[in-house]
Design a protein around this ligand. Structure first.
Ligand code: SF4
Ligand code: SF4
Length: 294
């Protein structure tokens, strides 16, 4: 289990702990930290508690060029002069916003645990980087109604959907190969269920481009290929094209696919593409070499 499960999971994964969806935790955590006291708040000019920010139009002040701003900030973190800032990142992520990869079945459990409907928006990351609009940002209870009330014009179209419809959308996006991620805001309040990919997802970019691992944790699972069931898809592995993390390798010698579990983020997208059911997810914690690789 990751450090967030240990700290916030009550023996479960942090995002499957019903307590983290309760009024007590949402109200308590969302009003605990003032963003102007955090590095993130200072970077993006956010003031007030997360609850206050959600219930006003403040977040829209950071829309223009956020993608470029993030790309500008992260390289600087590797400069010696930014060492202090770099050291603050883990705490900053815990106090503000960061996330973790989840497979489809856990994303559906998150929808079940969330009280009320889900607010769906066009993907914010895609917008910041000029990608094609896609309705794949899902906001859970702490943000759903406040955002619906305070939405800015750039966030249209948007829609409030039922749990069943949210799950249908999740399955559709999974079929399209988008990685599911649950983001807290702040930890341990599950606030956003994102469905994104490279090169648009700001969190994935932060890791791929700048090694800022705290932004987006790997999932609680890793893929395992049953080579007896894998036929290599005749030399054109369907699973491999789904893995944006480069964890699957096709061997021309064996005619099968093999997984590099150190590179696997546990998204499960390879599994849902396999016509032979040759891939399953296994708990990361059961593999000694991987249980602390996040
Ligand atoms: S999709 Fe399944 S059968 Fe095809 S290469 Fe991957 S694991 Fe093997
Ligand atoms: S190997 Fe499969 S589960 Fe692992 S990161 Fe790649 S697509 Fe996701």
């Amino acid at each position: 289990m990751c450090k967030y499960c240990i700290k916030y999971g009550d023996g479960k994964k942090w995002y499957l702990n019903p307590r983290n969806y309760s009024d007590e935790v949402i109200r308590g955590e969302s009003t605990r930290v003032r963003m102007e006291d955090t590095l993130l708040g200072q970077l993006f000019g956010l003031k007030g508690t997360i609850q206050e920010i959600m219930t006003t139009a403040q977040r829209f002040k950071v829309d223009v060029g956020l993608g470029e701003k993030v790309d500008d900030v992260f390289p600087d973190l590797h400069d010696d002069s930014a060492r202090v800032m770099r050291e603050q990142i883990p705490a900053m992520m815990e106090q503000a916003v960061a996330g973790q990869v989840v497979p489809l079945e856990d994303a559906e459990k998150i929808i079940d645990l969330n009280e009320g409907d889900i607010f769906v928006l066009p993907c914010i990351c895609r917008k910041y980087y000029g990608g094609r609009e896609k309705m794949c940002c899902m906001f859970l209870r702490p943000a759903a109604e406040p955002l619906q009330k305070n939405i800015g014009s750039w966030d249209k179209p948007n829609k409030m959907v039922s749990k069943d419809e949210a799950k249908r959308i999740l399955r559709e996006l999974d079929g399209e190969g988008l990685v599911h991620g649950i983001f807290w805001c702040p930890a341990p309040v599950p606030t956003m269920l994102c469905n994104c990919d490279y090169p648009y997802c700001i969190a994935i970019r932060a890791r791929f481009h700048y090694n800022v691992d705290e932004v987006f944790k790997k999932g609680e699972y890793v893929a395992l290929v049953n080579t007896l069931d894998c036929n290599g898809c005749g030399g054109a592995p369907r699973c491999q094209t789904r893995c944006i993390f480069g964890a699957l390798k096709f061997s021309p010698t064996t005619g099968k696919v093999h997984v590099n579990q150190m590179q696997c983020w546990g998204c499960g997208l390879c599994r849902t593409a396999c016509p032979n059911d040759a891939i399953k997810l296994v708990p990361r914690e059961e593999i000694p070499q991987l249980k602390n690789v996040w």
